[in-house]
Unconditional design. Structure first.
Length: 386
């Protein structure tokens, strides 16, 4: 979305790998997609066993996480902004990543003078590190970070103190980085991202195709244990307590583990963007149970379509959304809370109606594309002029 919206202003290229999913890869080489040149590079074979032995890098990461929890990492970072201890172990972990592509990194290193700005996304993968390593003065990082173990990797101190600019999605995310990397962090601010809502597919066709019920609680995203937490168990407990509820749990997305099977659970698998819009539009309530988010596009999409959201209150980003939106979303903190909040939304039409209006207004005011692109272009020009 960002790349295509930059096309009217710049010549835009995407540098990426051939990885598609576990079953197939994209073709290596160059292609044009909606005005953007896309260059795909092969990844390195994974000769090393995925499960690694005891790692010194992991020990340092855990130490940094512990220092953060007792509010000592920030003052230490002002004295020691870059941590290079056991860097070889860190690089070894990168080489075991499925997205590690030595040909991509060599291309950046040898062609960096042909580009004015590099914009790597996410800190979880080696692309961001090697882009920042080879062209720090031209790099605008969009980290999409949250409070998990990856945020405390010592090798990230090289990125966050040397790149030209860091663009965050939320204030909560930015404050997290400031507490981890300290006062010597590179220039930074909020850029964020907007959303694209595809036109709706025909509801009757979509409902028949995926056997969707009349009323449902909707989850959209990767179907894995880390994202869904205890939702299967909690939803069944809700249905047992409130047997008059007509809700079923509909899950849209690819499965990454053997998810529980039950008559109240409906798995659609991957759906088209048009079908996704229709499925969101007809949901009674939309759910995001993840504790780890830097923004949550599904939250913005659902709110913009006038749907009520239930989200994990243990995620600070979600708490920021809840406060700034004037309580357009509902937080839950544990299984008991989940059941109580779901019951309130399920059976209170007035409550849902009030939340729907607030959500639409919140997205329009804070995540419109004119605002987002103005911020991004301003920082691109800042780097070019610098």
């Amino acid at each position: 979305m960002l790349a295509e919206r930059l096309v009217p202003y710049y010549q835009v290229e995407v540098l990426t790998t051939c990885v598609c999913n576990a079953q197939k890869d994209y073709a290596e080489g160059k292609e044009m997609i909606n005005g953007v040149t896309v260059r795909r590079f092969k990844t390195n074979p994974l000769h090393i066993k995925r499960k690694s032995p005891f790692s010194n890098a992991r020990v340092i990461r855990n130490i940094r996480m512990g220092l953060y929890k007792v509010s000592l990492l920030n003052p230490i970072a002002s004295l020691i902004p870059v941590w290079t201890l056991f860097k070889k172990d860190e690089l070894r972990l990168f080489r075991k990543n499925i997205f590690f592509s030595s040909t991509l990194f060599s291309y950046i290193q040898s062609h960096k003078d042909e580009y004015d700005v590099f914009i790597p996304l996410t800190i979880d993968y080696p692309e961001t590190y090697y882009t920042a390593l080879y062209a720090p003065e031209k790099t605008l990082v969009i980290p999409t970070m949250h409070e998990n173990k990856n945020a405390f990797r010592p090798i990230l101190t090289e990125i966050f103190t040397k790149v030209a600019y860091i663009g965050f999605n939320m204030e909560t995310e930015m404050k997290l980085a400031e507490h981890i990397f300290g006062p010597k962090m590179s220039p930074h601010g909020i850029i964020s991202v907007g959303i694209d809502i595809a036109p709706m597919a025909d509801w009757e066709e979509t409902r028949t195709k995926y056997q969707l019920p009349e009323e449902y609680l909707l989850y959209v995203g990767r179907i894995d244990a880390g994202k869904l937490d205890n939702i299967f168990k909690d939803f069944l407990a809700y249905k047992k307590k409130y047997q008059e509820s007509k809700l079923k749990l509909v899950l849209v997305g690819s499965k990454y583990f053997n998810a529980m099977q039950h008559p109240d659970f409906i798995y659609t698998g991957f759906v088209s963007d048009n079908e996704k819009t229709t499925i969101i539009q007809h949901a009674k309530i939309v759910l995001n149970p993840s504790k780890y988010e830097s923004l949550s596009l599904i939250l913005l999409e659902a709110l913009s379509l006038g749907k009520v959201m239930m989200v994990n209150g243990k995620c600070n980003v979600m708490k920021e959304h809840e406060e700034k939106s004037g309580h357009a979303i509902t937080l839950f903190y544990n299984s008991k809370d989940f059941i109580e909040q779901l019951h309130a939304l399920d059976f209170n039409d007035t409550l849902r109606k009030n939340m729907e209006g607030k959500g639409i207004s919140y997205v329009q005011q804070n995540y419109n594309w004119d605002l987002i692109m103005q911020r991004l272009i301003q920082q691109i020009e800042y780097i070019c002029n610098k």
